[in-house]
Design a protein around this ligand. Structure first.
Ligand code: PRP
Length: 210
């Protein structure tokens, strides 16, 4: 496929909404797109190649130019801080970053421990609050940390609030609202402006109709 547009798609919770949005934008994605375990999927009809990536890695793929375009949560963008253009707020996968903990949790006076998948975001948040904390980086199931005594509080994504509730945790502070964004590699934006502009235009129409 000549001059193919490579799009990095995040697997997991954003995937379904993002795929749905691309279909609404008029892209003909094959049914196996949603079920396949393949990590690279070519859609020759659209001259598009999809890379199925871990959400945390989408910014890295786009920054390094192995993907021209990507769909990434604002949470990942804040944490990864890559050299990419954010061209569109897709307004999907809405959630927020929050500080949470046990309702009666005793917080140590000196540098409380904060477990999170987002060490950069958490450090800068507490620095802005003038609070000295110790950050403990975990890769998932963050809610476990206060339950087993690893951390005093957590910084994590809250979507429905169910995970907090089912684990007896409460939200303490909201950090910021999160949605998914369309990001573009700066060189690709110059070299493949036509398909990228078309993608942005088609997706913008879908967003306008949301
Ligand atoms: C995310 C997040 C919370 C949960 C919040 O985890 O880290 O644990 O979803 O969603 P809720 O408010 O709707 O319950 P994810 O499912 O992505 O998996 P992880 O724990 O492995 O990060």
């Amino acid at each position: 496929m000549a001059n193919v547009l490579t799009i990095a798609m995040p697997k997991g919770r954003i995937f379904e909404e993002a795929a749905d949005m691309l279909r609404k934008a008029g892209y003909q994605l094959p049914p196996e797109f949603d079920e396949s375990r393949k990590l690279i999927l070519d859609v020759p009809k659209e001259n598009i190649r999809f890379i199925l990536a871990k959400p945390m890695d989408v910014v890295t793929y786009v920054e390094h130019g192995v993907a021209d375009v990507g769909i990434a949560g604002k949470d990942v963008m804040l944490e990864e801080d890559g050299d990419v253009y954010e061209v569109l707020d897709l307004k999907i996968s809405e959630c927020y970053l929050a500080v949470a903990g046990l309702p009666d949790g005793k917080i140590s006076d000196v540098a409380p421990k904060i477990a999170t998948k987002y060490p950069k975001v958490a450090s800068s948040y507490f620095r802005e609050q003038g609070e000295q904390v110790e950050i403990i980086k975990l890769n998932g199931s963050i809610e476990l940390a206060p339950l087993i005594g690893l951390a005093d509080r957590i910084v994590d994504i809250v979507s429905t609030g169910q995970t907090l509730k089912e684990n007896g945790l409460v939200e303490l502070e909201r950090i910021c609202h999160i949605t998914s964004r369309l990001i573009v590699n700066p060189v690709s934006y110059r070299m493949k402006d036509e398909p990228i502009d078309k993608l942005v235009e088609r997706l913008s129409k879908v967003i306008g109709g949301l």
